[in-house]
Each structure stands twice: as structure tokens, then as C-alpha cells.
Design a protein around this ligand. Sequence first.
Ligand code: FDA
Length: 503
Amino acid sequence: TLSSSASTDDFLHCLSASIPSNLVFTQSSPSFTSVLVSYVRNPRFIAPGTHRPLVIVTPTNASHVHATVLCGRRHGVRVRVRSGGHDYEGLSYRSLNHESFAVVDLSNLRSVRVNAAKATAWVDSGATIGELYYAAAKASGDRLAFPAGLCPTIGVGGHFSGGGFGVLQRKYGLAADHVLDTVLVDAEGRILDKKAMGREVFWAIRGGGGESFGIVLSWKVRLVPVPPKVTAFIVPVTVADGAVDVLTKWQQIGPALPEDLFVRVMAITDTAIFQSVYLGTCDALLPVMSSRFPELGMNRTHCREMTWVESVLYVYVGSGNPIPATDMLNRTYPMDGFYKATSDYVRDDQPIPRDVWAEIFGWLAKPNPGLMIMDPYGGRIGTVPESATPYPHRGGVLYNIQYMNFWGAGDDGEPHVRWIRDLYAFMAPHVSKDPREAYFNYRDLDLGRNIVVGNVSSYKAGKVWGEKYFKGNYKRLALAKGRIDPDDYFRNEQSIPPLVPRK
Ligand code: FDA
């Protein structure tokens, strides 16, 4: 499947017929590297030896995307699409299979058009979620928001494709749950809306993961109401002060609190940091906390009233200082660490016992430790049926765990990656099983990779990772892929393989 240099030249020639040359960067262009790294959020994947794209195309309108796909098909060059570049394995801009590929970088396509009266917005994939939040707040006097992730620089394209959750998940569910329409460029270069792509493909692109079904250019979303002032709080509890007990309690309280209240936990070194956003005032919050979760010792001094947009940054940065809402517009918010991450889900039939939490704090005290982030479920995210969208981790989930470990440029990261893998093995008896569920947007290639057989990713091999991310929805995703891209043109190491029923 590697294209020859002749076909590469033909590909570039084909692009030049439809796309202005200042939007096309080949490896010999002086700015190739700066364009490549501009949206790389994990510098692990730009190290020497990484298989890079032949060319990066930075479209400014849909016809450029259409032309790139047609040229790629004609000349045997695959396309990987990049929106915000936050992929945990860098699959939007590197290939482990050493396939020759072009990157379609959507960062120029980032308009956000809010209709405050109808509480909807059209947002392009290259926008960040921070830009969407900011625009929704501005157009509505801080009364409209959107239920998606915390980190403001995340790209809409990858994030919505894989689900997308954050501080509003208990009240409103996932980003993907609020998508009303999309514009998709498929493997034939066709530009399709919801109706034209058909029910199954429209189902698949709202949670079935990026890259597999084509290039989503823009999304029509339903915005959600929030009060103009919300209350955020951050309460750290050390092990010496009883973190093990409080965390053990939180597992059942966090998912059962009123939907307006989101209390997540970051466990790092010897501390459990409770980070929260409440859709109401401090006065209304205090009685809820003292009756439902007195163990936390939260009181009036912890309350910080602010707009919803400010609360997202307050929790994300976690420094305790208020952060101006305009920081949401910073597309290059600092995030320079090298990292490895993976995920688990804990279900209500098996909360983690107290003595195991004590052992987990032992892991967090080892050399080169990482951290764990626990996001509470329950509420709206849990009421949507498992097959209503591709994202299946719904009813019965207490919380999601994300494990992360960071290191700096001088380190090779080996002990940090090993820490994650060893802790993941230790956690196996205490988390969801058969399958051990994982979140697609916290992509981890340790869970499995595609095997290409006869130039098509194997459905059977993909089950290994696919059922962890999608449970029983994996097969339906593969059938949707079989409809829209039976030749498997859009693919990566963890894209949905096509399943085409025998006639
Ligand atoms: P990127 O551009 O790398 O794309 C990710 C994948 O989607 C790639 O396979 C890519 O090819 C594909 N893709 C991208 N654009 C596409 C498009 N327009 N059409 C089709 N496919 C496309 N998640 C979460 O749910 N809640 C959270 O709070 C956070 N927080 C968080 C913090 C930080 C610091 C990071 C790095 C990541 C998160 N995430 C997260 C995970 C995040 O949701 C996930 O990495 C998204 O896939 C990122 O989308 P990007 O567009 O930025 O990535």
C-alpha cells in the first residue's frame, strides 16, 4: 500500500490543480515542521524516527477537502485528519504502519455560529471546544453552554467523534448526545449532510471515533442552559487527613448527587483533590454538601461563584486562582509534557474496596508516579440506552478512571509508561470486565491494533480493542463503515474495520 515517489508527485500535482500552493506543505517546504508541530499536543510523537506525513494540507474551504480525498484515492495516498491534535497516540499526524499519508489539518476551518434564540450552533471541526464555549456564553449573556471536555484547546473534530465529556455530563450527557446535524466528506469525496449520509452513518459518527467514516467538517449542536453564575470549589484531602475514606465514600455519593452537581477527583501523590462545579449558588450548594457528603468537609470558604465558562478553566487548571474567560480563546494553551494515558470504568456492582484505595495511594507514592482522574457518572449520561449512540458506558457506571503519567524532554519515559502498565494490570480485578471497558477518546494502543488483511483492516482483529471501546456497538459500527467506506480508505491503527454483509 506504499505509494511510489511517482504517485506522490502525481498526488501533489493533482492537489495543485484545486488547492492554492500556500495551503500545501510538503516535507521539503521550509515551514513543514512548524505546521506539523503546531497542533501536536504530545511531543513523544514528533521524535526522530516517527513516520511523518508526506504532505500537510490546510484547507480553507470544503472544496479543498473534497479535492484532497479525490486526489488521494486516485494516486494511492491515504488521508489522516487532524482537528485539535490531542489524540493520545498521535494518530492524527503519525502512522505506526508506515503507510504513506497526507494530513488534512482543519485548523483554518474553525468558525462558530451561534443562534442564541434557538440555542443551537454550527461549529467547524477545527474550532476548539474553548472557542465554542466562549461564543455560546458571549451570545447568550452566559446562559448557554455545551456539555463537552475540560481542556479548552481540544479540537471539536476528534472530541465530538469519540463522545466528549466534562463537568456537564451528569446534567446533560456527552457532546455527541447533542449533535443535530453534520457535514461529512466521505471516501468518494462527496459532501453529505445527515439526511444524505443515512441513519447508520449519522449514528456512527456521533461517538464511534474519529477517522473511520470520513472527514467531518462541521457540526450543528444543541446548546444547553446554565445559570449565569455557577459555584466551583476545589477541596484537597491528604491521606493523613483521611483521603482513603473520603474517596471510598465518594464512589457511591458522586454518581448519586443531584444532576446539577459534578464532583470529580484527581488523586495525585498523597492527595485526593475534589474538583467541583455546581449549577447554582453557594447558598444552595452548602446544604446539599452537608447533607449528602459531610465527609468532605466542604464549607463556605471553598465556594467560588463565577460564570460557567470560568468554572471550566478553574477546574481544569486547578490552581485555585480565577482565570479570565478569554483564556478559552488561547489555541496554544501550554501543554508541553510528554505523556502516556489509559482508562477504566468502575461499575455499581463493584465499587473499589477501602483497602484497595489504600494500596492505590501506595502506587501514587512510588518513583515516577502518574495521577488518576475520576469523573462521576449517574444522571443524564447514564440514562441514555447503550445502543442509542456508539458510546456504551452508560447505566450502571459509577465513574470513569483516567490514568496519566507525564515526563519531561530529557527522560525516555520508560519508567513512567511502565508505571501505567503495571497499575493497569493491578486494577484489573477492581474495574469493569468482559469486556474491560475503555474510553475511545483516551486512546491507548496497548489495547490492540488493527491488522490489515487483503488491504482491509480485519473486523475480527479489531474486536480486541473495538469491544473495549464500544461493547456491543462494535459490530454495528463496522457495518456502518462497510456502507460508507467499504475499501477502508480512511484508516489508522484503531479505526473501525469495514464489515460488508454477503449478498
Ligand atoms: P485529533 O485532531 O488528534 O483527532 C483525534 C482523532 O480523531 C484522530 O484519529 C483524528 O484523525 C480524528 N479526527 C480529528 N478530526 C476529525 C474530523 N474532523 N473528522 C473525522 N475524524 C477526525 N476528552 C474528554 O472527553 N473530556 C476531557 O475533559 C478531555 N480532556 C483532555 C485533556 C487533554 C490535555 C487532552 C490531550 C485530551 C483530553 N481529552 C478529553 C481527550 C480528547 O477528547 C481526545 O483526545 C479527542 O479525540 C481530541 O480531539 P482533537 O480534534 O483535538 O484530536
